[in-house]
Design a protein around this ligand. Structure first.
Ligand code: ADE
Length: 238
């Protein structure tokens, strides 16, 4: 089973995530295990302080390597896996994409996710524990909690049995085309009608129509993906 232990200073940020919809069901059905640990519980300071000013000056605070190391050791023990993969969510990391989520899901390892705040964490703990850094995009969040939720969500939905396999096959990013537009009731919304072909029952025509729409949308929003799609298709047709 894929297991995640998250180290954070803000456990409360995970309440909604763990108790809603597909993630809640996956946990209850034991498709995934998630535990949230408070880094402050591992502080040696009597006021539970974990962050201090950076050496060399500069603004903000840096989280000390000591409580993080203790929390990691504790998480490894809980997982009973000395080789758990440790990931620090950071804007400096490798960018998360579909292929990375898929490989994390396929590896089905034990993951320890570290959420930073303030100006980050002491570099030495990153070196000492061979921690990999992952970013969820080129922008800066106030902390790694949302990023760790994004990472877990994108991985958990790819674990076999968590969501309908058919919806995984057709979704955006699996073949470098974005998803085609969807329609449901009513047939007429403010004078905008559902495309006739979707009501025709002709599955071949519907699938051609959807493919064309996917191509149009990908060209418009993600010409970079479209280029990869074209390259792959030329290769396949040779
Ligand atoms: N923490 C702050 N910004 C982040 C980002 N873009 N990705 C991952 N973790 C972060």
């Amino acid at each position: 089973m894929t297991k995640f232990i998250v180290l954070t200073l803000f456990k409360e940020m995970f309440e909604g995530f763990l108790n809603t919809s597909i993630i809640k069901r996956a946990i209850n059905e034991k498709k995934v295990y998630i535990d949230i640990i408070d880094i402050r519980d591992f502080s040696e300071n009597k006021h539970k302080k974990v962050d201090f000013p950076p050496y060399g000056g500069g603004s903000g605070m840096v989280i000390s390597p000591v409580p993080i190391a203790k929390a990691i050791d504790h998480a490894k023990k809980t997982l009973n896996d000395e080789n758990s993969k440790i990931i620090y969510l950071s804007p400096r990391g490798k960018i998360l994409n579909y292929n990375l989520s898929k490989s994390l899901a396929d590896d089905a390892k034990n993951y320890i996710l570290i959420c930073g705040h303030y100006e980050g964490i002491d570099e030495r703990v990153i070196e000492e524990y061979n921690i990999e850094e992952i970013s969820i995009g080129d922008y800066v969040l106030t902390g790694g909690e949302l990023a760790s939720e994004v990472l877990m969500d994108s991985v958990i939905r790819l674990i076999p049995g968590v969501i309908n396999e058919e919806s995984l096959l057709e979704e955006s990013h699996t073949d470098y085309l974005l998803e085609y537009p969807q329609y449901t009731k009513p047939d007429n919304f403010k004078g905008r009608l559902v495309p006739e072909v979707l009501k025709s029952g002709n599955h071949k025509k519907i699938s051609e129509y959807r493919k064309n729409e996917s191509i149009k949308i990908t060209k418009k929003y993600r010409p970079d993906l479209f280029e990869i799609y074209q390259k792959n298709n030329n290769k396949n047709s040779k």
